[in-house]
Ligand binder design. Sequence first.
Ligand code: ADP
Length: 179
Amino acid sequence: MAPISSCAIYPGSFNPVHYGHLDIARRALRMFDRVVVAIYVHPGKPDLFTAEERLDLVREALKDEPRVRVASYNILTVDYAREIGAHAIVRGLRVFSDFELEFRMALANRRLAPEIEIVNFIAAEEHLHISSSTIREIASLGGDVASMTPPHVVDALKRRFAELRAGGSQSSFMVSLED
Ligand code: ADP
């Protein structure tokens, strides 16, 4: 029997990518032959990092994983999953409050695309507290996020907040700190 190559999509905003995301992407590689980290780009939503910047940050973080591809999309996740031939959607679960949203999203996605499985990975204990919004908030106030995200992301955050401060726009940006 010819081997079937399995592919999962790992969607999220990755704004910015952090160690919690990277752990889930690597664990998904144990189950799937290929993992596509898919960066959802909200049309019209101002973000700390552009789609291109987020792509570069995730690519750099996962450059040693030849079975990972990084892409961006702005359509329904199930439509994008079908477009690239993914068999599963991978998501991470951190806290109980994630569960309700993930459960609802999984049911909706199943209704839209019953052939695509939703696979939830329980976050590693050491990453439970990490979220992109926490990182943005700490970094915006000059705090140290080196334990939460790789060095090149720490540098990118420092540069971005320095630019925003120089342009006097940090406070208006705070509005979009939520995920
Ligand atoms: P965030 O909540 O950090 O902004 P995203 O919206 O980019 O992250 O989430 C993409 C996926 O990664 C989601 O399934 C989310 O539950 C998962 N995820 C986010 N943070 C972590 C973490 N610390 N550990 C494991 N999974 C996570």
